[in-house]
Design a protein around this ligand. Structure first.
Ligand SMILES: Nc1ncnc2c1ncn2[C@@H]1O[C@H](COP(=O)(O)OP(=O)(O)OP(=O)(O)O)[C@@H](O)[C@H]1O
Length: 277
């Protein structure tokens, strides 16, 4: 990379590779290609600053929403060390590969899914790989998997702003990201990191979903803010972001995820979210 200064190149590690003596250079393009048999119109990342806020559930609900609208949908589970998409959709079948490429597994509702858990012999085997290998797996899920006629490919991103998240931002041609958050104070601070990361990576933020926003008591009809008061409005205002929706704490979501039957959900509460056409 060029350093912008031509006065003294001594000791610079880029000297031998020839940095151009301070001449401005184009930023390197790390984008991975899609498989030649793939066709993907839009790639949407679903991110959270922190684990456990419901990122995989929101990815699944968003995918179901778009599939119900008649689009062809895929989910790339980039959360390699904590993959939960196959479990949420109750997919037991393993993915198949041949000399041409890898094939995603279809959910009951016809959503194409690729996840490391569809490749591991045993679902409970831990993935003990270091950052660069994890990043390569994500790239392979993008480049070596045949994503056929997909309108929306949702990427369940690894939580946080670490190595694999950077690889996803750099390698996948993301059209935009959805940020998932919860009302806790700590989480809202971490959301700001996710917002800044997207900014640095020059990926547009489609909007924010606040999960675990409230609990609607069926006995008295009142809403309770179990995780405390929301700070989402301040963050939305500060960064000019759109609130896609607030999702309640809903035992139905937890039960359906546990049963691997999320596609049986009646309403996703994300029906009004509009994605790039
Ligand atoms: N709105 C909700 N109401 C009730 N349960 C929920 C809701 N959202 C998510 N859950 C449950 O919370 C648990 C964690 O959700 P999920 O796996 O989606 O989180 P995550 O952010 O992807 O976690 P990780 O980052 O660790 O992968 C799951 O058991 C899920 O069923």
């Amino acid at each position: 990379m060029g350093c912008g200064s031509s006065s003294d190149c001594g000791g610079c590690p880029s000297q031998s590779s020839g940095c151009g003596g301070g001449a401005p250079q184009q930023p390197q393009d790390f984008t991975a290609p899609l498989h030649e048999l793939s066709s993907v119109k839009h790639v949407i990342g679903v991110v959270s600053g922190k684990g456990g806020v419901g990122k995989s559930s929101v990815t699944s609900l968003m995918a179901i929403t778009m599939a119900r609208k008649g689009y062809k949908v895929g989910i790339l589970d980039a959360d390699i060390t904590g993959p939960s998409i196959p479990k949420i959709f109750g997919i037991k079948e393993k993915a198949y590969a041949d000399e041409i490429g890898m094939y995603p597994v279809k959910s009951k509702g016809g959503i194409d899914v690729m996840s490391v858990n569809l490749l591991l012999e045993n679902d409970t085997d831990p993935v003990l790989w270091r950052g660069p290998i994890l990043g390569n797996v994500v790239k392979q899920f993008y480049s070596d998997v045949i994503w056929k006629d997909i309108d929306y490919l949702f990427v369940d991103m690894p939580p946080g702003t670490g190595d694999v998240a950077i690889t996803v931002y750099q390698s996948l041609k993301l059209d935009g990201i959805i940020i998932v958050t919860s009302p806790q104070d700590l989480v809202s601070m971490i959301v700001e990191k996710a917002v800044k990361m997207a900014d640095l990576m020059q990926v547009p933020i489609i909007g924010v979903v606040e999960n675990y926003s409230y609990f609607h008591c069926p006995d008295n009809g009142k809403d309770y803010q179990i995780f405390g008061e929301s700070h989402i409005e301040e963050i939305l205002q500060k960064y000019g972001l759109l609130l896609l929706n607030r999702l309640p704490i809903d035992p139905t979501i937890a039960n359906l995820c546990d049963k691997g039957d999320i596609e049986a959900i009646e309403k996703t509460n994300l029906e009004n979210v509009s994605l790039p056409e």
